[in-house]
Design a protein around this ligand. Structure first.
Ligand SMILES: [Fe+2]
Ligand SMILES: [Fe+2]
Length: 369
């Protein structure tokens, strides 16, 4: 079935064209790679996996409650609209929210793939090109998986959110080669990672849990790449150049915080944009969510050396300043371990089932006939 039949509202043009700027760069130095980056490239190759095989697509998903979302997490909960909703309406609401969320993940993954490919093209060093080529493949697999989940299990998609699209466009239109890293690897991926993590750690539904745990295992490498590349590069920039990057980060953070709230969903339920924004502002759940969304970005930005006064002030105002001290390496390690633990658990269960089947067959065979 064509995706266009599953969109809640038409996504506009069939193909979104962002004019490319900047140079494609070739390097003739093939033997002088940085060890850490080449190790990451090796890991990127070793850890490829196939979503068609690793994920158990047989698992059933209730399209009216794909994630097991509690009432309190729905923005309309506690508003004057809530009492009017029937159980069926609430199911529709859950379906729309999941469709909205995972659609933004899907469009974001396509964006990540395009940005990773842009980095292959524009970054001057061959070691970074090699690494980014593996990331391009990772992001293709992620887009494939989120797309499959939405088409097969939810049956509904939302178009890309305006702010996400704006940030993607700004990131891609910029001719400076570090901007796809900063916009994509640090901001958009940082936000996505935090959102993935919150769902992974709270959902009791096995299919979305598998998807998110496995995707996050890859994302840990992507963030490591962005940090390595930018930390080295930003040491060489002038103060003025660093301030420009900080402005970009501040603006991007504000945009994502204020606009990535699923207002489009409530509009589809007859709530005005203005009221939907107010509900999102007031929702206690979204308050927590918005703060946690920055748990991956703030320590990363600090780590790559964008920690000027203006940025610190902006983060203080947003109430996320102290997240700068959280241990990003530890978080990433945990992401990888969680995926590995999930594999062990699943394969242990399969093994137990297999043994039980064999034992039952043997018992049957021994039964006097
Ligand atoms: Fe991804
Ligand atoms: Fe990624």
């Amino acid at each position: 079935m064509s995706t266009h039949e599953l969109y809640t509202t038409g996504p506009g043009e069939g193909v979104w064209q962002v004019p490319a700027t900047g140079a494609a760069r070739f390097s003739w130095e093939y033997a002088d790679g940085r060890e850490r980056l080449l190790a990451l490239y090796q890991k990127g190759k070793d850890k490829q996996w196939d979503g068609a095989k690793r994920i158990d697509w047989e698992l059933e998903v209730d399209p009216y409650d794909p994630l097991g979302t509690p009432d309190e997490a729905l923005t309309l909960h506690g508003t004057r609209h809530w009492a009017k909703l029937t159980e069926k309406d609430k199911g529709e609401l859950r379906r729309h929210y999941t469709a909205w969320n995972f659609s933004q993940f899907l469009h974001g993954e396509q964006g990540a793939m395009v940005c990773a490919a842009r980095i292959v093209e524009s970054v001057p060093d061959l070691d970074a090109k090699f690494y980014s080529a593996t990331q391009t493949m990772d992001e293709a697999r992620h887009a494939e998986i989120f797309g499959r989940f939405l088409h097969e299990k939810v049956g509904m998609l939302y178009p890309v959110n305006d702010s996400l699209r704006g940030l993607l466009g700004d990131t891609l239109r910029d001719s400076r080669w570090d901007m796809p890293y900063l916009g994509m690897q640090v901001l958009i991926e940082g936000l996505a990672l935090a959102a993935f993590g919150m769902i992974r750690d709270t959902t009791d539904k096995p299919l979305p849990k598998q998807i998110l745990a496995y995707v996050m295992q890859d994302e840990a490498r992507h963030v490591a790449f962005g940090r390595m590349a930018l930390r080295d590069y930003y040491k060489q920039l002038t103060d003025a150049e660093l301030r420009e990057r900080e402005e970009f980060v501040i603006e991007g953070c504000h945009l994502m915080r204020d606009r990535l709230q699923g207002v489009e969903v409530l509009e589809n339920f007859g709530v005005s944009k203005k009221e939907a924004r107010e509900f999102s502002e007031q929702s206690e759940f979204l308050h927590l969510f918005r703060r946690l969304l920055f748990s991956r970005i703030v320590p990363c930005v600090k780590d790559i050396g964008l920690w000027g006064e203006r940025l610190q002030k902006a983060y203080l105002e947003m109430g996320v300043f102290e997240m700068g001290d959280s241990n990003l390496d530890l978080l990433m390690r945990q992401d990888e371990e969680m995926a590995e633990a999930l594999d062990r658990e699943r394969f242990a269960t399969e093994e137990r089932e297999r043994v039980a089947e064999v034992e039952a067959a043997i018992a049957d065979g021994h039964r006097p006939g």
